[in-house]
Design a protein around this ligand. Sequence first.
Ligand SMILES: [Zn+2]
Ligand SMILES: [Zn+2]
Length: 451
Amino acid sequence: MDYCKYHPIEAATYHCTDCSIYTCDSCINDGKNQRYEGGRCFTCGEELDCQGARNTAIPFWRRLPESFRYPLDSNAIILIIAISIVSAIVISLPFGFILAVAVEGAFIKYCFTCLNDTSDGNFNVPKIERAYKGAISIALMMIGLVICAFSIVFLIEKLINPAIANFVAVLMVISTPAVVIVYAITDDLKTAVNPISILRLMLNVGLSYGLLLGFILLMVGSVNVINQFIGENISFLSGVIQSMVTNYYLVVLFHMMGYMIFQYQAELGFSARVDSDVLREKRNDIDVLKSRIDVTIKEGDYEEVALIFEKAIKNFPKEKYFFEQYFQFLMAVDLKQKQSEWMKDFIPKYFDFLIKNNLQNKMPTSYKFVINKNKEYQFNSAELKLKVAKACFKKGEARLVAHILKDLHKQHPKFDGLSEAYLLMADALDTLPKMKQKADKYRQFSKVLNK
Ligand SMILES: [Zn+2]
Ligand SMILES: [Zn+2]
């Protein structure tokens, strides 16, 4: 199994041939305004190859319990019981055999529906109504195929020799699941019985095909065991029971074959996914941007990340995620000279955002991060300084208040709020040890400014 380059425990669902990387569903550029059906690579912008379910599907032999539980749904159970009873009844009528084949034909039609649904990634049994549509043609086709197969073996035995006839018979039995699968994929009988397409399917599926045959043998074996258990004199009831077991196995088997198509879809030349509708829905631009940021951070291209964040904040000024993530990003990375440039631009915006969203209680911690990153950092706006200082004072961070408001009158001599700011400074200094004198000085200064 291949994994997403950026999420090492996530199974890959896309592949970029240009970058030769695998990605998961979230690490692709698939915005609503994307014209391309799938997604594009964030790094190179090329269209990505969909991995289908090949990579994410667990092999069919590891989901046996699910396969055997598959028919345990009222739709399938009712049909299995009904078909079994009806075929037990009709078999006792004149020409009963032909009628029984017709009834079983309807059931096989239902099994094909199970197979087709499963191969599309829909793992629920189909509704009963879908059993009898087109059932007659499938029944006739089955009868035709069986007669053909018997005739071929019979002719070879009579005209060539019995050993070759046996060999051909074994080959036919082995090919049966392949014929069913190819028929389900192509809906074309000629292709389904073509030895080349049968062989191609077997080679593509490989070992799994052998395992499938093994399961068929086990199922046939267990039906035989039931036969022996019941004994020679087949009563109506035992006939029904045998038929029920066989039909149950048929549903399981067709579900397994459908799953095989689902699992090997890329090799078999088409693609389907579990819950395809849900996954194919395009994400909105914000989610795509989030993924782009995530991928670019993991690529280590921090300058590009900062550019994306700047753009995101400009285009989506109400999106908290971008503000919070960009702040954390800037506090975490070191972009050398660029760092102070980005900070100068973004930090005031970030504190404005905190104010607008009533997140003042976050300010002291955020401010500590900022001066930790850059001791020289100062807001350009005196208003913002005062607002942040107030928030810090509320949180009991007197030292931060002193740090922010220091030399305010020198840097902003024309600021209206100087008096208010220095009164705040005085109140903050009051709470600090040995600062009484300094506090009084600021208080007086504040009074002077107020006049
Ligand atoms: Zn990913
Ligand atoms: Zn790429």
